[in-house]
Design a protein around this ligand. Structure first.
Ligand code: C2E
Ligand code: MG
Ligand code: MG
Ligand code: MG
Length: 283
C-alpha cells in the first residue's frame, strides 16, 4: 500500500513504527544466520517423578545467544521464526540436537530419560515432519521411546482432525506426545478422547495458584482426574514452591517440572544434575 501511493506515503508511518520495523528486520536477518553461526542451543529442565523423586525426563528449551544482541528470549524469536518460516529449520535443529544430547547421556549414564521438544503449530503442517523425525532417530540411533513432542492444546484444537492424523503417525513411529499448556484452551472432551496422546501438561497459570486459589486448585484436580481417566500421564509445569509440589503430590500428579526443582540449565549443568542425583539414595 505504501508503494502504490508513492513516496509521500512514508509520512504515514510513525517514527515508532519505522524503528519497530527496522529492528524487526535486523532481528530477522540475525535469526537467519543463527543456526549456521552456532548461536542456538538447548537448555534442559528436569521433570521429576513424584513417587521416586527422580528425574525421569526433561524439556528441551531453545536459547538464542547473539554476539551483539545478547540473549534473545524464545517469546521473542519463536514468533519471528514462525512468521518467516525459519521455524522449520530451527524446529528440526532442536529435535536433532535434543536427540543427540539424549543419546550422549544414555551412553554416559545408566538412567534413560525422555527428552521433550516443543513443536510449533507450523511444523504440524509440515509434510516432511514425519520423514525428518525418522531420519533424526535413524542418524542418532535414539530409541523413539525416549523422545516426546510437546504440542499446545490450542495448536491441536485449531485443527483437531488434522492433529489426529499427525498424532497417529507420531504414535506409529513410537514417539509420545504431551499436550502443552493444557487448560487454557477450549478442548472438546470428545476430541481429547480421540487424540492418541500420552501426557497432559497442566498450564503454569493454574499450578502457580495452588493451593490457595480455590479455582486453580479445582481446575488442577480436575485436569489430573481427566488425564488419568484417559490413561494419560500428568505433568505440572511451573511449580516454584514446596506447597505447590506437596499439593500436586497429594492429588496424584505424576510428574512435576518447575523452578522448585530447577530452572532450565545448559547441557553441562544438566549432566551435573544427573551425576549428583545418581549419588543420592533412592526415596
Ligand atoms: P513452554 O513449552 O510452555 O515452556 C515452559 C516455559 O516455562 C519455559 O520458558 C520455562 O523456562 C518456563 N518455566 C519453567 N518452570 C518455570 C517456573 O517454575 N516458573 C516460571 N515462571 N517459568 C517456568 P522459556 O524457556 O522462556 O520458553 C517459552 C516458550 O517458548 C515455551 O513455552 C515454548 O512455547 C517456546 N519454545 C521454547 N523452545 C522451543 C522450541 O524448541 N520450539 C518451539 N516451537 N517453541 C519453543
Ligand atoms: Mg513445552
Ligand atoms: Mg508449557
Ligand atoms: Mg507455557
Amino acid at each position: 500500500r505504501a508503494k502504490q501511493s508513492g513516496r509521500n506515503a512514508y509520512r504515514y508511518y510513525s517514527e515508532e513504527m519505522n524503528l519497530h520495523t527496522s529492528e524487526r528486520l535486523r532481528l530477522e536477518e540475525a535469526l537467519r544466520d543463527a543456526i549456521r553461526h552456532d548461536q542456538l542451543s538447548l537448555h534442559y529442565q528436569p521433570k521429576v517423578d513424584m513417587l521416586s523423586r527422580r528425574i525421569t525426563g526433561m524439556e528441551a528449551l531453545l536459547r538464542w545467544n547473539h554476539p551483539a544482541l545478547g540473549s534473545v528470549p524464545p517469546q521473542r524469536f519463536i514468533p519471528l521464526a514462525e512468521e518467516t518460516g525459519l521455524i522449520h529449520a530451527i524446529g528440526k535443529w532442536a529435535i536433532r540436537a535434543a536427540c543427540i544430547q539424549n543419546r550422549l547421556w544414555q551412553d554416559a549414564n545408566a538412567t534413560r530419560l525422555k527428552v521433550a521438544v516443543n513443536l510449533s503449530p507450523l511444523q504440524m503442517s509440515d509434510d516432511n515432519l514425519i520423514a525428518d523425525i525418522r531420519e533424526i532417530l535413524d542418524d542418532t540411533a535414539l530409541d523413539p521411546a525416549w523422545l516426546e513432542l510437546e504440542i499446545t492444546e490450542s495448536t491441536v484444537m485449531a485443527n483437531p482432525d488434522k492433529a489426529i492424523v499427525l498424532l497417529k503417525s507420531l504414535r506409529d513411529i513410537g514417539i509420545s506426545v504431551a499436550i502443552d499448556d493444557f487448560g487454557i484452551g477450549y478442548s472438546s472432551l470428545a476430541y481429547l478422547k480421540r487424540f492418541p496422546i500420552q501426557a497432559v501438561k497442566i498450564d503454569r497459570s493454574f499450578v502457580q495458584g495452588v493451593p490457595q486459589d480455590h479455582g486453580d486448585a479445582a481446575i488442577t484436580k480436575a485436569i489430573i482426574g481427566l488425564a488419568h481417566s484417559l490413561e494419560c500421564t500428568v505433568i505440572a509445569e511451573g511449580a516454584e514452591t514446596q506447597q505447590q509440589v506437596d499439593f500436586l503430590h497429594e492429588h496424584e500428579c505424576d510428574t512435576v517440572q518447575g523452578y522448585f526443582f530447577s530452572a532450565p540449565v545448559n547441557a553441562d549443568r544438566f549432566g551435573e544434575l544427573l551425576r549428583m542425583e545418581m549419588r543420592m539414595p533412592v526415596h
